[in-house]
Write a protein that binds this ligand. Structure first.
Ligand SMILES: Cc1cc2nc3c(=O)[nH]c(=O)nc-3n(C[C@H](O)[C@H](O)[C@H](O)COP(=O)(O)OP(=O)(O)OC[C@H]3O[C@@H](n4cnc5c(N)ncnc54)[C@H](O)[C@@H]3O)c2cc1C
Length: 273
């Protein structure tokens, strides 16, 4: 694993939805090796301070010219609230690129399924997608405002995009899995590979449905983590029995993930709030 710890310049920062922000950081050294599905650990401490001690993991949402890395994040607690106050022109330390990222299978179409803020890494995946391979994206959220921005980002990619909201304010009314069975008809008998990121209960449902359709499914998992490099072992999630990569029955999201084959995860024991 090759990662760097650098000071990045904040070049853009703005709100794109309720509690949702876009952060652009110039960090050419990290940008150079970044792959879809990888993440960075963002240090929120002002120079010289020790609080907040732990960095926060954020997926790479997009990349741009001149070493630009873009993150999309939701304010959920103290760290992300502090981050949202940072102005362009400021700087912060950033460690990355971390984790394995998605493995694009060029021989089969892709079905990208994202929920809420979990659409963040799927935009990078869709933008980096091989031109001659078909891709369909399904993104869902609680309401229109949760997915509107990500939907606009995906409009600029070759992906055919389908939307779902719990309240029906945008696209289909219901969960993303309703659209998954319809999307299968679009592939006309060919088997896509599913690439998914989102809340635990959604991933669990997507994994179950992919297994029913006999599809390969990659899921990007989230877990609380302190280091992002496999040292603290704080980000353990239960691995399925018989999976060799599950050290003592557990997978470490930062070191072996965050992207796993869905059948590597023990979904019965997976913590879903
Ligand atoms: C590999 C990875 C990639 C991620 N990518 C993104 C992203 O692109 N955009 C984004 O908005 N968030 C992402 N997250 C989640 C993000 O790291 C947390 O929301 C953030 O660390 C919360 O910090 P906080 O100090 O604001 O909240 P805290 O005060 O620490 O916690 C507030 C609430 O958020 C929950 N929480 C905290 N950390 C996590 C976590 N790691 N996973 C799930 N729930 C958590 C807590 O249980 C609590 O309910 C990612 C997490 C991982 C592990």
């Amino acid at each position: 694993m090759k990662y760097l710890d650098v000071r990045g310049l904040v070049v853009a920062h703005g709100q794109v939805g309720p509690g949702t922000h876009i952060l652009g950081i110039r960090a050419p050294e990290i940008r150079k090796g970044a792959k879809p599905g990888q993440f960075c650990m963002i240090d929120l401490k002002p120079p010289g301070a020790i609080d907040p001690l732990l960095r926060r993991p954020l997926s790479i949402h997009r990349v741009g010219p001149k070493g630009l890395l873009i993150f999309m994040y939701k304010v959920v607690g103290r760290g992300t609230a502090l981050l949202s106050q940072l102005s362009p022109g400021g700087s912060l330390r950033i460690l990355g690129p971390l984790g394995n990222g998605f493995r694009i299978d060029q021989s089969r179409p892709g079905l990208l399924i994202g929920g809420g803020i979990g659409t963040a890494p799927l935009v990078f995946l869709s933008e980096a997608w091989p031109k001659d391979v078909e891709q369909v994206a399904i993104i869902g959220g609680r309401t229109r405002a949760d997915i509107e921005y990500a939907a606009r980002c995906l409009e600029d990619t070759p992906s055919r995009v389908h939307l779902a909201t719990d309240d029906g304010s945008l696209g289909h009314k219901g969960p993303v899995t309703d659209l998954m069975s319809r999307a299968m008809e679009m592939f006309e008998g060919r088997s896509p590979v599913v690439y998914s990121c989102g809340p635990g209960p959604m991933l669990k449902a997507v994994a179950r449905m992919a297994a029913d359709f006999n599809l390969e499914c990659q899921v990007s998992l989230e877990a609380r983590m302190a280091c992002g490099m496999g040292l603290c072992l704080g980000c353990a999630v239960p691995g399925s029995r018989g999976d060799d990569s599950a050290d003592s029955g557990y997978l470490h999201v930062c070191r072996e993930g965050p992207v796993f084959r869905a059948d590597q995860v023990s979904w019965e024991d997976y913590p879903c709030p």
